[in-house]
Structures are given as C-alpha cells and as structure tokens.
Design a protein around this ligand. Structure first.
Ligand SMILES: Cc1ncc(COP(=O)(O)O)c(C=O)c1O
Length: 373
C-alpha cells in the first residue's frame, strides 16, 4: 500500500531530536526553528517529558472516558493556574481542528444559532466546521461549504459591525493568525469584538492553537488585550508532540451528560505529556525566555537589510521577503540546515521551541543575512 500523497515532502528523514536540534539518518544536524509546526514547546525529547511518559506507559496507557481519571483533573488544575483561567472548565480532545469543532458546537448549542463570523486569512483546521471557518476555498469540500460562515477583514471594526447580528452563534479568531502569515489582531479590535459579542449574546472563541501555550510570552496571545473569551481552544504545544487538544469553557456555560464526547481525548498518556509540558514551562520559565529571545530576534531582524516586513510576538515571528527571494527558505534548509516555516506568498514563519537560546537565534540570523544579501 502507498501513502495517500497529500504532503509535499523534504527529502530528509529525522531519526533523533534534542532541544532545538534534529539529526537525520545521514547523521546531519539541523536547527529546528519550525518546531514541527509550532508543536515542540519545551524542546525535543525533554528528559522530564520522556521520563513521565515512559513511566505512565508502564503503569496504564489507556482506558475510556467512563472511569475516573485523576490525571485529567491534575491537568485542568495546572492549566487553570498557569493560564489565569482557574474558574473555566476543560474539555479534552485530540487535535486543534477537533478543539475548534467542539467550541463551535458548544456556541451553537448554547445560543441555538448557526451563523459564525470568521476572518480573512483565518485557519482553524480541516474538519467540517473548522475548515468552513478557514479562509481557503481550495481545502473546503462541497460537504463542508454548507455551514453558515461570514468572513470579514481582520481589524476592520466597521465590516465586523455590519456582519454582526442576532443570528450569530460565535465569532472565531486566532490569537495571532499563523497560517495567514503572522497577522496580529490589535488589542482594541479584540476588545471591540468582545463588546459586540456581549451586546448580541454571541460567543467569542479564541483559537490559541498556534499562538498559545506561552509562545508569545503570555500564556495566551489574547491576554495582552485583557479580554475573557467564552471559549479558548488549544492543541499543538500542549503535548510537545503527543496529540492532545482542549477547549477552555467559561463557567456560565453549563454541560449536560452526553453534550460532547471522545474516545481518545484526555487519555493517560496525553494528560501525562500535557502535565509535563506545563511543569517544564513553569520550572524553566519558558514564557520569559520566549519573550526575551523573541524580542532579541525581532530587534536583530530589524537590522537586516532586504527584508520587507517583520511581524510577531515572542517566538511567533513572520518575515516577509521580496518577490525575487523565493528560494531563501529552501536555501536555509539545504545550505544552512535550518528548518523554518512558510506562509504565502513569500513569508518565513518562525515557530521554534520556547527553549530557543540567543546563540541558536544568532545561527539563524547569520544564515538569513547571507541569503538576503
Ligand atoms: C490556528 C490553528 N487552528 C487550528 C489548527 C488545526 O490544528 P490540527 O492540525 O491539530 O487539527 C491549526 C493548525 O495549523 C492552527 O494553526
């Protein structure tokens, strides 16, 4: 059997990883500034994470959500404290798309409404409602397109106001748009949409799947705007590679038995991974590191000639390159052995582990300077 061929692949076969570094089967070493798409939060193969998972696997790996699971409670408690959302409730699932699908569903259940407002360049995943709320017609099948979604430009209060009405179940917005090329909502725009959601009894969903988990220096990117969304979705960095996602749910939203459900969500291994991630983020002060090394990168990038625009916060950075520099990302990988992400049309996306050091950042800065010269 062949693999269903949906991914354009680099000809690299990683066999080992440690911190911000990967080694391929040919023994070559790569600096990882992509984190497997913002997933590696505490660094590859962190010893505390490896030990916790190994130990848990030898005790019990899986049972269903029909029995007590103290690890889920421990995770909810720790996530509440570190994020500042101690009074919210937690629903655990397996991926980002699933987290958004559940958040959209909760909003629709609670309001009894169908319409969703999303934003130009948004990416929310590939399941039914999540992909419908994603601004990319190429990945929306006719089956998904039946949802009632209105897209408005980011940071455009007037357009948002025109789209908002009493039929809106939810507004879904990324803390910082990732796939869209690191586009930041302004704090005043976030405050505006929060106010409008309250006025129209609609729910505000903050998709923090890429921008959350300490990446921007705050636990969630939206916290810079002092807003409190009804629903917050997480995944990616939450398990440092072990699949896990979640929805943080405002205490006013009441569950009923059977409202949501999942077979694998919140299993022992996923919870163990997620607890280890939070413990390491706290112990190693990784949010502070993301903020410090992120600011350092932004400052140094600003001194490099030949870059169009540089945007971002903490360790979520977008670098726009001129049209005649289409090969920079490939050259960084092939010549300098540095993994980065991309966004269309010609943006480099940095989504490294929150453990990235200034010395590692310098390796990238020197390589980039050579490539854009
Ligand atoms: C902001 C955002 N939301 C949702 C998703 C979907 O997450 P997953 O691929 O885990 O379903 C992604 C993935 O890139 C994302 O960046």
């Amino acid at each position: 059997m062949n693999l269903f061929d949906v991914y354009p692949l680099f000809d690299i076969n990683p066999v080992k990883a440690q911190g911000s570094w990967l080694w391929c089967d040919k023994g070559e070493k790569y600096l990882d500034l992509y984190g497997g798409h913002a997933v590696i939060s505490i660094g590859h193969s962190h010893p505390q994470y490896v030990n916790a998972l190994t130990k848990q696997l030898s005790n019990i790996g899986f049972y269903s959500n029909s029995v007590q699971n103290k690890l889920q409670e421990e995770l909810a408690e720790k996530l509440g404290v570190i994020s500042g959302y101690t009074d919210y409730n937690l629903f655990l699932c397996n991926s980002g798309a699933e987290a958004n699908e559940n958040a959209l569903k909760i909003a629709s259940f609670v309001t009894g409404r169908r319409k969703i407002i999303a934003f130009h360049k948004a990416f929310h995943g590939r399941t039914s409602g999540a992909v419908a709320a994603t601004d990319n017609p190429k990945i929306v099948a006719p089956f998904n397109a039946e949802h009632n979604i209105t897209f408005v430009p980011l940071n455009d209060e007037k357009a948002f106001d025109q789209a908002m009405d009493e039929s809106v179940a939810a507004v879904i917005i990324e803390g910082i748009q990732g796939v869209g090329g690191i586009q930041l909502p302004t704090s005043s725009f976030l405050q505006f949409i929060e106010k409008k959601c309250k006025q129209h009894n609609a729910m505000l969903i903050l998709d923090e799947i890429q921008s959350g988990y300490g990446r921007t220096g705050k636990f969630f990117a939206h916290q810079v705007a002092n807003i409190r969304p009804h629903l917050i979705t997480t995944a990616k960095g939450m398990g440092n590679g072990f699949p896990i996602g979640s929805v943080l749910i405002h205490p006013d939203i009441k569950p009923w038995s059977g409202m949501l459900g999942t077979t694998f969500g919140g299993n022992y291994l996923a919870c163990t991974a997620a607890i280890a991630v939070l413990d390491v983020i706290e112990k190693e002060k990784l949010m502070d590191n993301a903020s410090t090394v992120g600011s350092y990168l932004l400052e140094k990038l600003g001194q490099i000639n030949g870059l169009f625009d540089i945007r971002g916060k903490g360790l979520m950075i977008g670098i726009d390159l001129p049209d005649d520099k289409k090969t920079v990302r490939t050259n960084l990988l092939k010549t300098h052995k540095i993994f980065t992400g991309e966004a269309k049309p010609n943006t480099i996306r940095l989504l490294p582990s929150l453990t990235l050091t200034k010395t590692e950042a310098d390796i990238f800065l020197q390589a980039l300077e050579i490539e854009v010269a």
